[in-house]
Design a protein around this ligand. Sequence first.
Ligand SMILES: [Zn+2]
Length: 319
Amino acid sequence: MHESYAGWMGRRVGRAPLAVGRRHPARAAVVESGAVLTIASSPSARRRLAAVLLAVAAVCLGGSPAIAGQPPGRPGFGPAGEPAPKPIEPLSAAVVTHGSRAQKVVALTFDDGYAPAVCGALVDVLVQTETPATFFPNSVNVVRTPALWRRVADLGFPIGNHTVSHPYMPGLNYQQQWTEISSDRVALERVIGEPSLMVFRPPYGAFSPGTLLAARAAGYGVVLNWDASFADSSRRPDGQAWPVTSYARAASRGGNGSVILGHCGSSIDLAALPAVIASYRARGFTFVTIPELLGLPGAAPMQFVPPPPAWKLARWAPL
Ligand SMILES: [Zn+2]
């Protein structure tokens, strides 16, 4: 599974998970950071670096629930006659920005859920056009409108993790990041009444090495960003929105395996969505969910079952 993720990693962050596999994880996590390399240039800075290294080692070796259950020792060094221990799992989640470039598929994703009426209308468009998509709401919004999110889940749209309150993750410490991710999953699953998608979408697409450690410790192997977007925060110099066709064109610039970012709540995205769907389909693309795009276990195409015609309902109604 991780071999296939490695091929899809974005350039910005593709090195971090590979480095973790090659070197000591705590050292790799710190040395990958340009900020730490900069402060190591003076004696006092070297002391600070040592303190940072110790702190990260403590987090990696003792503070992570995912690590705590692993047996001590290194793989392949078990006592004679015993099977070698399983390979150590990566400490960091893998960052993914798109799926395989070999298939003519794209995946729509909608974040946040801050405007329920617009979000509901967007879901209606997806259902009417039988377009699979994946949602990453903040649970602060999910708990305010539980009926909407139960409907989204009942329709079969996968729902992943986008934190409770949409913080800028690199500004939080490790424990705060872990809590934002873990609490979001608990609140989301309490509302939808079923397991959620174990994929994490960081707010603003922003993450630090600590975010990847915290996501992995919370059970998320994938941190998902995107390679195409509705660009719905873009405005003209006078502050007005561009014509809807501009946003539709931006969202239609994806190619094979693209992950397209939109927002469940943006009236711009709602207005542009029918044209975006039509554009991709006219070029021969098929829409898939994120579990399908990434080949996650149990992924299956969404089924859009139309309601039974009225005469069937009438025929089987009690007399
Ligand atoms: Zn967001």
